[in-house]
Design a protein. Sequence first.
Length: 157
Amino acid sequence: MKEQAVIHNTFVIERSYAATPEQVFTALSNPAKRRRWLFEGQNHAVESFEMDFRVGGHERGVMRFGPDTPFPGTLFTRDGDFRDIVANERVVSACTLAIGEKRISISLETFELLPTERGTDLIFTYQAAFFEGSDGPEMRQGGWRRLLGKLDAELAH
């Protein structure tokens, strides 16, 4: 039997933030804030970033991997479209990730914001098709846990 070419996976990450749903939504929707927590990092440089935050709007970030990575100098691209937005409640986007010219995954990402006495509970649901050469579901989930930690740091500003 031939090895499976596409791996499908869904995971859910829940986080609590000491910030209002409005503040969390702003970190998801404001281009400068979103760029900081989602695109900037130590192991890569942001080559370009653009975002049109509206239903049907597009987001594109291009990063270049640093020298201490498995793909030094290679471009990493995140291309997405915002599919559903409810202010202070929900953001849903469909995204394609590529390393160089090779697509490694396509995903549906849902951020749900629930008000609490302490601030906001965020429920992040990630549904993806991973292609050959991708990092795979376990590494991607770990990556999103780190990113949502960066979101926490962004909210502390």
